[in-house]
Design a protein around this ligand. Structure first.
Ligand code: ADP
Ligand code: MG
Length: 421
């Protein structure tokens, strides 16, 4: 297919109201319009959705979008419905629909007006749906959060591994994988498992130049350190990540006692309380949310000014995702991590009764975290190197934005560090 560039920009403007593509979007859209397998790696907020939504709305037939979370799907469908009514509609197919709703969705697909069909992988593998979809005109299959396919990703989901088979049964259509996870291992895994080694690969830079990275030793005074840090930023919004629910409750309480407007968030709270705390945070009725990693997936608050890790995460990948929730608007974003080797040992212990293969993966990921926490080099360079990206530690954007670059360790300290390692 040869779409005129003016048509492409016309559709971008008409459907989404944008004048320009962001980053690599235009190349990605062209690749999909040319019916080629396509792999998109862009940081969160990079604009991945448009990469498949625009071609889906321009092409004949229905594009299937595989997405892991029902809540995220609903947001996406509501958003696309708001903008694209004249261009065909979006639907969700999942376990929350009743019989007549499913029938309606099917009728709309058959009549050709459904351009985007969001499905959870566990729904897509249902015999009934496969049978139905193979009789329909499918334009392509987009797999969002494609890292869920890989055990090396931070969010492995076994159902994702069957996708290749299912897609084959439905139709021989192009596959588009999208992820914000950039490690080489995960990337290889995705391409292999989806059987698309021929894909056009589009990888955006992962540098978040406005984020400042600091790692501090975790002492018994960690809570005082956190309070001091926050008190210098009263009225600003932040997230504090802890490993355990208990720690979340403890820290939230300590902060409250110290006059800081903080709330806890973890999977142990009932759904109503969780939703309330999340809303209060989004509506600025609460400055600080103290949370386990249950908090954050799909949260897009642009003006989070700091992310504190009371406990270090289990991979650099998670660290990048979690710190990445700061400074989405391009403004200040301070990433402060408290590190003690004892916490690494704790994380190792958690893995002790997992299968050996999983333990090995977990151990390797943790070693990278240790390397990052203990390094005296440019932290941005370290993170980007982990993602397979070369960073110029002198002239690169944000090159001086970390503790090591602002306050280089004295020579003898640095030497000591090497001896310890
Ligand atoms: P991702 O899935 O990569 O995290 P999203 O698809 O959710 O990112 O997009 C992030 C934000 O960027 C959204 O608010 C979206 O409206 C905006 N966006 C996407 N493409 C463009 C564009 N071409 N111009 C301006 N804003 C855009
Ligand atoms: Mg997305």
């Amino acid at each position: 297919m040869n779409i005129e560039q003016s048509d492409l920009y016309g559709s971008l403007k008409k459907i989404f109201g944008f004048n320009q593509f962001k980053g690599l979007q235009e190349d990605v859209v062209n690749s999909i319009l040319n019916n080629e397998n396509t792999f998109v790696i862009m940081p969160t907020g990079g604009g991945k959705s448009l990469c498949y939504q625009l071609p889906a709305l321009m092409k004949e037939g229905t594009a299937i979008v595989v997405s892991p979370l029902i809540a995220l799907m609903k947001n996406q469908v509501d958003a696309i419905r708001g903008i694209s009514e004249d261009h065909g509609i979006a639907h969700v197919l999942n376990s929350s629909l009743n019989k007549s709703e499913v029938a309606q969705v099917k009728a709309d697909i058959e009549s050709g007006i459904t351009k985007l069909l969001y499905v959870a992988p566990e729904s897509l593998i249902k015999e009934e749906y496969v049978e139905f979809l193979r009789k329909q005109k499918i334009s392509f299959v987009a797999i969002d959060e494609a890292h869920c396919i890989s055990e090396w990703g931070h969010d492995f989901r076994p159902e994702y591994r069957n996708l290749r088979n299912i897609i084959k049964q439905i139709d021989n259509v192009p596959i588009i994988g999208l992820t914000a996870t950039a490690t080489e291992k995960v990337q290889e895994d995705i391409l292999k498992t989806l059987g698309m080694s021929d894909a056009n690969v589009f990888k955006a830079s992962f540098n978040r130049a406005n984020l400042f990275y600091e790692v501090r030793p975790k002492t018994k005074d960690v809570e005082k350190d956190i309070i001091r840090f926050i008190k210098k930023r009263i009225g600003k919004t932040g997230i504090i990540y802890c490993l355990s629910r208990k720690k979340v409750e403890e820290i939230a309480q300590v902060l409250q006692v110290n006059g800081i407007n903080a709330l806890p968030y973890h999977a142990g709270l009932d759904a109503k309380t969780r939703a309330k705390h999340q809303d209060m945070f989004l509506m600025e009725d609460c400055d600080v949310i103290v949370a386990t990693i249950a908090f954050g997936m799909g949260i897009d608050k642009p003006d989070v000014r700091y992310v504190i890790h009371h406990d270090i995460p289990k991979s650099l990948e998670s660290y990048y995702q979690e710190t990445g929730r700061a400074g989405r608007d391009g403004g200040e974003g301070y990433c402060l991590t408290f590190y003690s080797y004892k916490d690494i040992e704790k994380l190792e212990k958690f893995m002790a009764n997992k299968p050996v293969a999983e333990q090995e993966v977990g151990h390797a990921l943790l070693q990278e975290v240790v390397g990052y926490a203990e390094t005296s080099m440019n932290r941005r360079k370290y993170i980007l190197h982990y993602f397979g990206e070369e960073f110029d530690a002198v002239n690169g954007e944000g090159a001086d934005m970390d503790d090591n670059m602002r306050n280089p360790k004295k020579k003898h300290e640095a030497t000591n560090e090497v001896v310890i390692l």
